[in-house]
Design a protein around this ligand. Structure first.
Ligand code: NAD
Length: 338
């Protein structure tokens, strides 16, 4: 099993990669860590990589085509929008993610943004610290109990939100086109159309993946349909919301406010108008972070690489059709199947 494996890390956003180094050392794999993770650098590093670990840096067709020895691309995370999964599949490369490492953290974070918006915490905090002791700054506040929370996307995180929202007395409606109404009912919520969710929700929280279908699903028309007292919470992906349209909607009072963890451009431009608005609460794509979740993320993603390189099948293969392809790169997996 001692094969001088080389595993490329394109990028990571935690202080140390010691946990994954230790996991990979078990099979004698050497880590190569990209300095910038930009495409031109990755193109020079991938030809010798047997596996790739990637957080946010784009791993697109050119990089994947150049990764001639690569058997697995393991996403440090849930969303797959930075990886060209189609090209990986065509090239016989297994792609994995870590589907549940931060369900608690992101659902907590979405609720924290919702509460911060509803109770005007950042506004009051800024005002008090700058010498203004005034209960009446900013727009009116409304009781949460009895209001409606609309959830877009009913996967791991969307489901986890429900219990937390119910504690605050919120009624829950769900828009998730491929989820059955029965399943949603089992969770004490109601399946509705996208238009009904937009029209009736007091808070909308997004938990769908970024795909061609969801790109800009919140834009000018959608904000005009939402209630002027409603808040949009986005901890999923920035590209699901049209930033320019959100900015206009917030400036014109088409919606009351937004709590966001993700942006179309991360980090944002310094002159991003959205950041200057009082009715925006924002965090720097940090919803997934806790000591526990990051350790689980590092260990699980590295373990997926170890499994593929040693002929075992990880649980979280996101492109299972690759396993039937004659050009599957993980030959030791192929041998086990035959
Ligand atoms: P999941 O795959 O378990 O669930 C996604 C849900 O969205 C599924 O129910 C799916 O059917 C639904 N969906 C797909 N297309 C849809 C559409 N067009 N409209 C409405 N719903 C649709 O994913 P999850 O674990 O719940 O995570 C959701 C997203 O959160 C991820 O894709 C990821 O991009 C994002 N995320 C962000 C952070 C962060 O730190 N901010 C951390 C983890 C995940």
């Amino acid at each position: 099993m001692w094969n001088n494996w080389k595993v490329l890390i394109t990028d990571y956003v935690w202080p140390s990669i010691e946990p994954e180094r230790q996991v990979l050392a078990e099979i004698g794999a050497e880590l190569i860590v990209a300095e910038t993770g930009d495409e031109e650098e990755l193109l020079t590093l991938v030809p010798i990589a047997d596996g790739i670990l990637t957080c946010w840096k784009p791993v697109r067709k050119r990089v994947i085509d150049a990764a001639k020895n690569c058997q697995i691309i393991a996403r440090y995370g849930i969303g797959l929008d930075n990886i060209d999964v189609g090209t990986a599949t065509e090239n016989g490369i297994i792609v994995t993610n870590v589907p549940t490492y931060c369900v608690d953290e992101v659902s907590d974070h979405a609720m924290a943004l919702l509460l911060a918006c509803a109770r005007k915490i950042p506004r009051f905090n800024t005002a008090v610290k700058s010498g203004t002791w005034d209960q009446n700054i900013g727009p009116q506040m409304y009781r949460l109990r009895g209001k409606t929370l609309g959830i877009v996307g009913f996967g791991h995180i969307g489901k986890a939100i429900i219990l937390k929202a119910k504690v605050f007395g919120l009624d829950v409606k769900v828009y998730s086109p491929r989820t059955s109404p029965e399943l949603i009912k089992c969770h004490d919520a109601e399946k509705v159309s996208f238009q009904e969710l937009l029209k009736t929700a007091d808070f909308i929280t997004i938990h769908a993946p970024l795909t061609t279908e969801t790109q800009h699903m919140f834009s000018y028309d959608e904000f005009r349909v939402m209630k002027p007292t409603a808040f949009l919470i986005n901890t999923a992906r920035g590209g699901i919301v049209n930033t320019a349209a959100l900015t206009v909607a917030l400036q014109n009072g088409e919606i009351a406010g937004a709590g966001i963890d993700v942006l179309e451009t991360e980090p944002p431009e310094v002159d991003e108008v959205l950041l200057t608005l009082d009715n925006v609460v924002i965090t720097p794509h940090a919803a997934f972070i806790s000591e526990e979740s990051i350790l689980e993320l590092e260990m699980t993603a590295a373990m997926c690489v170890v499994q593929v390189l040693t002929g075992q099948l990880p649980e979280s293969v996101v492109n299972p059709s690759v396993l039937k392809r004659p050009n599957l790169r993980a030959k030791s997996l192929l041998k086990k199947k035959t």
